[in-house]
Design a protein around this ligand. Structure first.
Ligand code: DGL
Length: 270
């Protein structure tokens, strides 16, 4: 395929549900001319409590679908899916750049003054060799306090971003970390930025909260530039969304973001 045709192709982005929209939103702000093809696997959410082998199968299916929509790059906008599947996705499609997400432990190490970091992510992310290696490489002299935030993804997916039940759950997770002297919190699941205002309210103004989505958008821009794959036309890119289950959560989430709210399709497995 010639380079101009590749430039016109879109960015595939996927997650178990609405979480990856926080990354798609950062991509849209940074690269407004790029088309985005988003897949939310809302029928099979949550990923974060399932075994890695099952998530790998889901990721292969979803990536295959996004490539059929002619994605030129795939952003795995899910820490859990990255932990479970990134090397296998890269090995299956060696010609396609795959960008993964992992808890931002490295920037947290730079930001912390107390040497104590709180990491919020899913159980499957914490259990993965990828996360263990991240700690080995960057967090050795620091203390990391981890919480798998049981039930939080479901509350966020249900649109309960600021109600008392969500606040109670977040307090039970964050307050013990603050009591230990944590001054930096890593949002290690792409769903959690939806409750960032609540996290800020609980953690207070002196706690640093790290959301890696803007860094992922910058990394994507770098990869597209290196390949000469940036869309060179001045037209805003098209946005298309597919969900394998319920559309409501996606619709509500899109209203709260800058992303255009149109072209939502129901994906039917063959
Ligand atoms: N958004 C996903 C992540 O970044 C996890 C959500 C889920 O458990 O399905 O890890």
């Amino acid at each position: 395929m010639d380079i101009q045709s590749i430039q016109l192709q879109g960015i595939g982005v996927f997650d178990s549900g609405i979480g990856g929209l926080t990354v798609a939103n950062a991509i849209h702000s940074h690269l407004p001319n790029e088309s985005i093809y988003y897949f939310g696997d809302t029928d099979r959410i949550p990923y974060g409590t399932k075994p890695a082998s099952i998530i790998l199968q889901y990721c292969l299916e979803v990536s295959q679908f996004l490539l059929e929509q002619s994605a030129k790059v795939i952003v795995v906008a899910c820490n859990t899916a990255t932990a479970a599947a990134l090397p296998q996705l890269r090995a299956t499609w060696p010609e396609i750049p795959f960008i993964g997400m992992e808890p931002a432990v490295k920037p947290a190490v730079k930001a912390t003054r107390s040497g104590k970091i709180g990491v919020l992510a899913t159980q499957t992310t914490f259990s993965s060799p990828r996360y263990q290696s991240l700690l080995e490489r960057f967090a050795k002299p620091y203390q990391c306090f981890e919480d798998p935030c049981i039930g939080l993804v479901e509350l966020i997916e249900a649109g309960r971003w600021s109600n008392t039940e969500t606040e109670r759950l977040l307090r039970s997770i964050i307050e013990p970390m603050l009591a230990e002297g944590v001054d930096t919190l890593v949002l290690g699941c792409t769903h959690y930025p939806f409750v960032e205002p609540l996290i800020k309210k609980i953690a207070g103004p002196t706690t640093e909260i790290i959301n890696p989505a803007p860094a992922i958008a910058r990394r994507l821009a770098q990869i597209l530039t290196e390949h000469n794959w940036l869309n060179q036309t001045a037209q805003p890119g098209k946005k298309k969304y597919w969900v394998s289950g319920n559309k409501d959560a996606l619709q509500k989430a899109l209203k709260g973001l800058d992303l255009p709210l149109n072209n939502i399709y129901r994906f039917q497995a063959q």
